[in-house]
Design a protein around this ligand. Structure first.
Ligand code: CIZ
Ligand code: SF4
Length: 302
C-alpha cells in the first residue's frame, strides 16, 4: 500500500468518512473507494450512510445531488473544478418560453444536470427510469433536458408523445462515432456491443444493449458472451474486468475519456479529507426547488 493510500485509510477512520467513487474516475481512486457506482446510486447511498463525512469522487452535479438529497451531511469534492459540461446545457429563459407556448408541457430533466436546471423542471429522471417516468406523465409535450441523445432514445419508445430539445449533449459519448463502432464490430465479430444512451442514436442503433453504466456492467456479467465492445467512458473497465476476469472488453474508440472525471486523484482525496475542504453548499431555496423534481422522480419510479 502506498503512503497516500495509507494516509487516506487513517483519515477515513479518524473522521468517520466514507469515500464514494463514480465508475468513470481513475482506477486508483476506485480502488480506495468504499462504494463504486453511478451518480444516482451514489447519491442515494449518501442518504443511508452513518458516516459524518462523504467524499464524492465525481463531477460537480453529483456532489450537488448528494447534498440536496442529504442536506445534513458534509459532502466534500476532491476537485471543485471537475465539472460536467453537459450538466449546464439548457437555457432557463428558453424553458420558460416553451412553457408559455405549450400548455401541457412537462420539463423532464436528466439527473446529470445542475441544481439550477433541476429547479426549473417538473421531474428528474435517470437513464434507467426515464422511460417509465415519461410514460407515466399525463403530458403529451415533453421538453427533455439537458441530454438530447438520451431524450431521442426515450422518444423512439414513446411515439405517442412529442419531444422538444435544447441541443445538450455529453461531449465524451457524442464523440464515439458510429464508424468506429462498425470497425470495432468487424475487428471483434464475436463481441456484443453495449452502449450508454448518451451516445448518438446511430451508435445506440448498432448496439446489442443500451443502458446505464450499472446496466452495462450487469448485462456483461450475466451474459454468456465472452467479448464486448463498450461504448461509454472507459473507467467502467475497472469494474467490468473485476467482475469478469475471463471476459474481454474493447473500447469502440481511443477517446472515451472524460477529462473532468480524471481530475480526481488520490492526493486530492487525501487533501480534502485532511482539511475538510471543498464542502458542497447548496443554498436553501435552490435545494428545496431542485429537491422537488427529484422527489417526484422517486414517486413515479416506484
Ligand atoms: O455520463 C455520465 O457522467 C454518467 C453516465 C453518469 C451517471 O452515473 O449517471
Ligand atoms: Fe459529463 Fe459526459 Fe463526463 Fe459524464 S462523461 S461527467 S456526462 S462530460
Amino acid at each position: 500500500m502506498n503512503a497516500v493510500t495509507e494516509e487516506i485509510k487513517q483519515l477515513k477512520k479518524e473522521k468517520n468518512a466514507v469515500i464514494l467513487a463514480h465508475y468513470y474516475v481513475e482506477d486508483a481512486v476506485q480502488e480506495i473507494a468504499d462504494y463504486i457506482g453511478d451518480s444516482y446510486y451514489l447519491s442515494r447511498l449518501a442518504t443511508e450512510t452513518t458516516a459524518d463525512v462523504v467524499v464524492f469522487c465525481g463531477v460537480g452535479f453529483m456532489g450537488e445531488s448528494a447534498k440536496v438529497l442529504n442536506p445534513g451531511k458534509k459532502v466534500l469534492m476532491p476537485d471543485m473544478s471537475a465539472d460536467c459540461p453537459m450538466a449546464h446545457m439548457a437555457d432557463i429563459a428558453g424553458i420558460e418560453k416553451l412553457r408559455a407556448e405549450y400548455e401541457d408541457l412537462a420539463v423532464v430533466c436528466y439527473i446529470n444536470s445542475t441544481a439550477e436546471l433541476k429547479a426549473h423542471a417538473d421531474v428528474c429522471v435517470t437513464s434507467s427510469n426515464a422511460l417509465k417516468i415519461v410514460k407515466a406523465l399525463p403530458n403529451k409535450h415533453i421538453l427533455f433536458i439537458p441530454d438530447d441523445n438520451l431524450g431521442h432514445f426515450i422518444a423512439e419508445q414513446v411515439p405517442e408523445k412529442e419531444f422538444l430539445y435544447q441541443n445538450g449533449h455529453c461531449p465524451v459519448h457524442k464523440a464515439i462515432a458510429p464508424e468506429a463502432v462498425k470497425k470495432a464490430k468487424q475487428e471483434h465479430p464475436q463481441a456484443l456491443v453495449l452502449a450508454h444512451p448518451e451516445c448518438l442514436p446511430e451508435v445506440s442503433a448498432l448496439a446489442d444493449y443500451v443502458g446505464s453504466t450499472s446496466g452495462i456492467i450487469d448485462y456483461a456479467t450475466k451474459s454468456d458472451a465472452e467479448e464486448f465492445v463498450i461504448c461509454t467512458e472507459t473507467g467502467v473497465f475497472y469494474e467490468l474486468k473485476k467482475k469478469n476476469p475471463g471476459k474481454k472488453f474493447y473500447p469502440a474508440s481511443a477517446h472515451q475519456i472524460c477529462p473532468d472525471m480524471k481530475k480526481i486523484t488520490l492526493e486530492k482525496v487525501r487533501d480534502v479529507l485532511k482539511n475538510e475542504s471543498n464542502a458542497v453548499t447548496v443554498e436553501k431555496e435552490l435545494s428545496e426547488k431542485s429537491g422537488r423534481p427529484l422527489e417526484r422522480m422517486l414517486e413515479l419510479a416506484k
